[in-house]
Design a protein around this ligand. Sequence first.
Ligand code: 2BA
Length: 108
Amino acid sequence: MKLITAIINGKDVNNVCKALTKSGFAFTKIATTGGFLKSNNITLIMGVDDDKVDAALEIMHDNCMQRKVPLPAGTSFDGWSTEPAYITEVLVGGATVFITDVVRFEKF
Ligand code: 2BA
């Protein structure tokens, strides 16, 4: 089993969740906030059998899109190597996904 942790843009989350549910996936939604833009996104956590991981990723891929987002005034560029003066927008999404091995899974 794998644990999928997926950070999804708030604009895509309804479609992603509907499609995951339709395909029989269980997940938990957590309201989260991006550290850079400080805008709301949703983090899904899902315990998924190894042979279903690709299907879950495909659903996310098909239902998430990349968007250019203007940088809010006052965005901190600390530690960013690119020249900030010329940056007015960033590319956000589709989804940022981490996949980790589950050592043990119990349900009581
Ligand atoms: P935010 O942290 O609000 O980042 C929004 C977008 O700003 C990012 O889109 C990326 O294009 C840009 N960005 C963020 N930090 C940056 C940096 N230090 N240097 C240059 N550009 C930067 P995405 O990469 O699509 O990320 C969307 C959201 O996914 C992020 O929102 C954050 O909540 C999460 N995320 C992305 N990468 C992550 C990671 N390695 N670990 C944990 N969360 C991550």
